[in-house]
Design a protein around this ligand. Structure first.
Ligand code: HEM
Length: 431
């Protein structure tokens, strides 16, 4: 299935000079988030919607790419996100430029507009409602308990947190939901990570980003293809079965549609939650008073705290829209064809909205962060599931290994996902 919006060429109208406060360079994205935050703070103050040069060293460069508008203030991120009539997703949502076959295989309804987006989203929405998540709450708790069981009594009192704890929980929940068999779960998790690895030299090794990301998509489509064939023969109580039986606009979904769906959700549903839990254990190590505050009344306080986990981690850093009507944003004239990129971590550090934004404050309330997006049609479908998983995981960690200390994270180098590759984690072993 291709995106269902007519192609709008990039604008040829005269544009301002590219901003000297550059957020397109490779060097910018190789910095720590604290360093990037300084530049975002300057942009918010001096040029909140700035005209930027094209992404440096894009995976699939476009010689005709004139650049894009960088949206850095919270209010503007919300405005663009909620105005899907002026700012569409059907011409791509990724900040980096990637090969069209990759986008086709991996984006599904994330990169579509109404009405097709809404039809496809509806197909899976029922699996993600608060009621449904409450129903599987016990399953989520058991999964979190078993993940923590796997290391809590380890006499060394030391693990690599991402591999042993942060990754297994969301992968298991995602795979349970889709009915992915045990023997291909590890492969699913690895390929989901590879899909978003395009700017991470370690993950790429000596291969090109296009090669790694496309191969990962092909593997995920292969897994989806086998499961689709199997569920057509033997329906079960899982999302695959709902997808093979579903009709959209009077038509059954093709294998390719289901593969793209699976690929989108395998990334959206696993890496995001994984990185949020890694950044949160790190933040609790740096702000021990916040950990104590939460432990003092976990059940009463976790709902508020979860929003701060996501604001502080901001694992999804960028998504793009394309303007289809002339409009104005922070005094800038945006015209049809202009690319508009939303910088969520910048919105989440906007001092006009958050007091002391650099402080990890679990009692922050209200907390209108844009970690799950700025609202509107594409607002994160899995937000309830992510919060359910984080709640269950931290309930276990804070009761069973409450004195944990996270060391220095080894960060993922990309301009899309703010992530942790490895994180040393020590604790007093459970008796
Ligand atoms: C802490 C964890 C998570 C974060 C920070 C996160 C963040 C986001 C963001 C920023 C968007 C784009 C919103 C927009 O364009 O307005 C999004 C969309 C989406 N997320 Fe999440 N996400 C998380 C967890 C999950 C989980 C667990 C799932 C599913 C299992 C999921 C599924 C999706 C899907 C399907 C979309 C596309 C929705 C659409 O286009 O209609 N996410 N998420």
């Amino acid at each position: 299935m291709t995106v269902d919006t007519e192609f709008i060429p990039a604008t040829s109208e005269a544009k301002p000079e590219h901003s000297p406060i550059d957020v397109s360079s490779k060097a910018f994205w190789a910095q720590t988030s604290e360093q990037r935050d300084e530049r975002f703070a300057r942009l918010r103050a001096e040029d909140p919607v700035s005209w930027q040069r094209p992404v440096e060293d894009a995976v699939a460069p476009d010689p005709n790419d004139p650049g894009y508008w960088a949206v850095t203030r919270h209010a503007d991120i919300v405005k663009v996100s909620r105005d899907a009539k002026s700012f569409i997703s059907g011409q791509g949502v990724l900040f980096d430029l990637l090969p069209p076959e990759f986008l086709e295989m991996s984006q599904s309804f994330l990169a579509m507009d109404a009405p097709r987006h809404d039809h496809l989203r509806k197909l899976v929405s029922s699996a993600f409602t608060p009621k449904r998540i409450q129903r599987i709450d016990e399953q989520i708790k058991v999964a979190a308990r078993e993940v923590v069981d796997s290391f809590a009594a380890d006499p060394s009192g030391e693990i690599e947190f991402v591999e042993r704890c942060a990754e297994p929980l969301p992968v298991r929940l995602f795979c349970d939901m889709f009915g992915v068999p045990e023997e291909v779960r590890a492969q699913t998790a690895k390929s989901a990570g590879d899909v978003v690895s395009w700017a991470d030299p370690e993950r790429l090794g000596d291969r090109s980003p296009a090669e790694v990301t496309l191969e990962a998509c092909q593997i995920l489509h292969g897994i989806a293809g086998e499961l689709t064939a199997e569920r057509r023969k033997n329906p079960a109580d899982d999302l695959f079965t709902s997808l093979v039986q579903a009709e959209v606009d009077g038509e059954r979904l093709t294998d390719h549609d289901i593969g793209a769906f699976f690929t989108l959700l395998s990334v959206a549903g696993t890496d995001t939650t994984k990185h949020t839990s890694a950044f949160t254990v790190k933040a609790m190590t740096e702000f021990p008073d916040q950990r104590d505050w939460l432990r003092a009344d976990f059940d009463g306080r976790i709902k508020t705290a979860l929003e701060e986990f996501v604001r502080f981690a901001s694992p999804v850093m960028t998504f793009r829209r394309t303007a289809v009507v002339e409009t104005e944003l922070a005094g800038r004239k945006i015209i049809p064809g202009d690319k508009v990129v939303l910088f969520y971590p910048s919105g989440n550090r906007d001092e006009d909205v958050f007091d002391e934004p650099e402080r990890f404050d679990l009692s922050r309330d209200p907390n209108p962060h844009v970690g799950f997006g700025g609202g509107g049609l594409h607002f994160c479908l899995g937000n309830q599931l992510a919060k359910g998983a984080l709640r269950a995981l931290f309930s276990e960690l804070l009761t069973r290994v409450p004195d944990f200390q996270a060391g220095e994270p080894d960060l993922l180098g990309t301009n899309f996902m703010r992530g942790v590759k490895r994180l040393p984690f020590t604790f007093t072993p459970e008796k």
